[in-house]
Design a protein around this ligand. Structure first.
Ligand SMILES: [Zn+2]
Length: 97
């Protein structure tokens, strides 16, 4: 991430005081699911999810998908699936969250 920029909302339609964009959310998604983000970052991301239903859905869907894979002892999420999830959420967010 660009160190001079920090977290900031670049959504034209505005999500109040959100500091995390959908793009940043997706970047952080894997770390969130692995629980390897700072508490402060996690709080901002959770704030974003409260305001952005699409990101909430993608988080829950991805987490459940990974849990299913892990429960079957398959640890590698197919990159194809991850790409499709990312593409789907970005396509929706461009229409407006
Ligand atoms: Zn979002």
């Amino acid at each position: 991430m660009d160190p001079g920029r920090g977290l900031g909302c670049d959504l034209a339609h505005g999500l109040g005081d959100c500091k995390v964009t959908c793009t940043e959310f997706l970047t952080l998604l894997d770390d969130l699911i692995d629980d390897s983000v700072a508490a402060e970052t996690r709080a901002e991301v959770e704030k974003h999810m409260h305001k952005c239903g699409h990101c909430e859905v993608i988080f829950n869907t991805t987490r459940k998908t990974i849990e299913i894979y892990r429960s079957h002892e398959i640890y590698d999420l197919p990159t194809d699936l991850r790409d499709r999830l990312h593409a789907a959420i970005m396509a929706r967010c461009k229409k407006g969250c």
